[in-house]
Design a protein around this ligand. Structure first.
Ligand code: DQA
Length: 141
C-alpha cells in the first residue's frame, strides 16, 4: 500500500517562509514525521515536491496502480489550477487536500479551491498534523 505525498510551490521554503503563518518546521521535518507515522501504520510513502504545475500534473498521471492514495498540498496552485484538478479526476486513487494554514482565515483569494471538490476531503489550519491526519485516514481505507 503506497501513498504519494505531493507538495506544491514554495513548500520547499518552509522553515524560513513566513514562520508566523506556516511555523518553523521544514519540509524535511514534515517528511520525517510522515515517515515515522507511515512505519507505524505499515504503509509505504513516496514524497514529491515541485514548484512547477506541469510536473505535478505529470506526477499525478504517472501513479497508475503503483499508488493507492494521494495526500496533496497544492499550495498556491490550489487557487488557480484546473489542470491539477483534472489530473486528480483522471485517476482512480483517492486524494486528500492539506493546508498547513487555515486558508479561510486569510485573504479571500485563498478561500477558493479548485482541487478540494475532486478530493475525498480537505484539512486546513492544523499545521504539520494535517498531513498526519490525512495519512491516517487514507491508510484506513
Ligand atoms: C498553503 C496555503 C496556500 O494558500 C498557499 O499559497 C501556500 C500554502 C498552506 O499549506 O497553508 O503556499 O497551501
Amino acid at each position: 500500500k503506497k501513498i504519494l505525498i505531493i507538495n506544491g510551490p514554495n513548500i520547499n521554503m518552509l522553515g524560513s517562509r513566513e514562520p508566523g503563518i506556516y511555523g518553523n518546521a521544514t519540509l524535511a521535518d514534515i517528511e520525517k514525521a510522515i515517515s515515522s507515522l507511515a512505519k507505524e501504520l505499515k504503509v509505504e510513502v513516496e514524497f514529491f515536491q515541485s514548484n512547477h504545475e506541469g510536473e505535478i500534473v505529470d506526477k499525478i498521471q504517472s501513479v497508475k496502480d503503483k499508488v493507492f492514495a494521494i495526500v496533496i498540498n497544492p499550495a498556491a496552485f490550489t487557487h488557480t489550477s484546473v489542470a491539477i484538478r483534472d489530473a486528480i479526476s483522471a485517476i482512480a486513487a483517492p486524494a486528500i487536500e492539506v493546508h498547513i494554514s487555515n486558508v479561510y482565515s486569510r485573504e479571500e483569494f485563498r478561500h477558493k479551491s479548485y482541487i478540494a471538490g475532486v478530493c475525498i476531503g480537505q484539512i486546513a489550519g492544523f499545521g504539520v498534523d494535517g498531513y498526519l491526519f490525512a495519512l491516517k485516514k487514507l491508510a484506513s481505507l
